[in-house]
Design a protein around this ligand. Structure first.
Ligand SMILES: *Cc1c(COP(=O)(O)O)cnc(C)c1O
Length: 393
């Protein structure tokens, strides 16, 4: 590995040079099936013609002017996102962590506007919200926080999928102004909460005048078979963050807000030099248009069922397989042991997968994947899991 890069990543021994749909080719010309989409980013697969055309056309016209001026593609993208999410207004940035930073700043301003001097946000165990100081503080994983003390003030942590714990917090912490949660945990291992979790959170927040802030950076933009995972629960959050799948690989994040939360940021309170520039917004528009035109929300639901049935058939009853969790194209197979080695084993079988939370095999395939490609992934990954579990401990 080149020594001029900081050693903050443990990289797998492969370098890709080209992609097409769910296929990737490495420097040796070997072809791989991508069941991870660059961690839920390339939902339309690699080198999607509509996204490529949008980027090329825009590069020929205008890349950047700054938010000192109007940006037509940013305005149109905001209109589209507002239409598909049910939110009222959008702010654009360049990553997931930045989208959550915007959400957290909205929560604090919202609190201060109500005269709270030390506004706090409830967050959950097992969550992941990013790597900036505020978002790693919000993250419910000690490994992400280790070595970075002092962390920020103003967070209260409760277990995931536990509305009662949150209701208890209301009694002890009068300074709470908002809740920040993932509708399904991504890095936390594809934990799918009870069906009524979000609806119960919505009522709890309404009761206490808290903002319900949903981090849909991994679950959003069609990943679960709806534009956003909360749409399965027929509720609306007050603040919503998106990033990964929004640009299919160009860096873009968005923080959307509704009602009172949409009016909190005033001129001078927040900003981003690159955020929402013509290039990334044009690309994101192409992503959303393609998902609509090709009916990919429904396709993600169908594929999710295919993966669920395929993996259940191959792995149900296999000792060591604890649970198979699927919502659209978020797929988690929880094993009874640490299984990070499966990433390398799968790589050697030309399939890209991931392991989250130590022992959850995580698949986030592109929404454009074919039935045959899905079946290939199911067969190879099931085989690898069975082989791995049969190894002497
Ligand atoms: C990836 C992720 C983030 C952080 O996004 P970055 O673009 O890496 O900053 C935040 N929240 C969730 C749920 C994520 O999956």
């Amino acid at each position: 590995m080149p020594t001029t890069l900081m050693p903050n990543y443990a990289r797998l021994p492969v370098t890709f040079v080209r992609g097409e749909g769910a296929w990737l080719w490495d420097t040796q010309g070997i072809r791989y099936l991508d069941a991870l989409s660059g961690i839920a980013v390339c939902g339309l697969g690699h080198a999607h013609p509509a996204v490529t055309a949008a980027i090329c056309e825009q590069a020929n016209q205008l890349l950047h002017t700054s938010n000192l001026y109007g940006i037509a593609h940013q305005q149109t993208l905001a209109d589209t996102l507002v239409r598909i999410t049910g939110m009222d207004r959008a702010f654009f940035c360049n990553s997931g962590a930045e989208a959550n930073e915007a959400a957290l700043k909205i929560a604090r301003l919202y609190g201060h506007n109500q005269g709270r001097e030390r506004p706090a946000v409830i967050v959950t165990e097992g969550s992941f919200h990013g790597r900036t100081l505020a978002t790693l503080t919000a993250t419910g994983n000690p490994k992400v926080q280790a070595g970075f003390a002092p962390l920020l003030e103003g967070f209260v942590r409760v277990p995931y999928n536990d509305v009662n714990a949150m209701a208890e917090v209301a009694k002890q912490h009068p300074e709470v102004v908002a809740v920040l949660v993932e509708p399904i945990t991504g890095e936390g291992g594809i934990v799918i909460p009870d069906d009524d979790y979000l609806a119960n959170l919505r009522s709890l927040c309404d009761r206490h005048n808290w903002l319900l802030m949903l981090d849909e950076i991994q679950t959003g933009v069609g990943r679960t078979g709806q534009w956003c995972a909360y749409q399965h629960a027929s509720i609306l959050p007050d603040v919503l963050t998106l990033a990964k799948g929004l640009g299919n690989g160009v860096p873009i994040g968005a923080c959307l807000a509704r009602g009172k939360a949409a009016e909190v940021l005033k001129p001078g309170t927040h900003g981003s030099t690159f955020g929402g520039n013509p290039l990334v917004c044009r690309a994101a528009r192409a992503v959303i248009e393609t998902i609509e035109q090709d009916n990919l929300l429904q396709r993600a639901q169908e594929l999710g069922q295919r993966f669920y049935q395929g993996f259940s058939k191959a792995l149900d009853g296999v000792a060591g397989v604890q649970e198979i969790r699927v919502k659209g194209l978020m797929i988690g197979i929880e094993l009874d042991r640490s299984s990070g080695q499966l990433m390398t084993k799968a790589l050697f079988r030309q399939i890209l997968i991931n392991v989250a939370a130590e022992r959850v095999v995580r698949l986030l395939p592109p929404l454009i994947i074919s039935d045959a490609q899905a079946d290939d992934i199911i067969a190879t990954v099931s085989h690898l899991i069975v082989e791995f579990l049969n190894l002497p401990a």
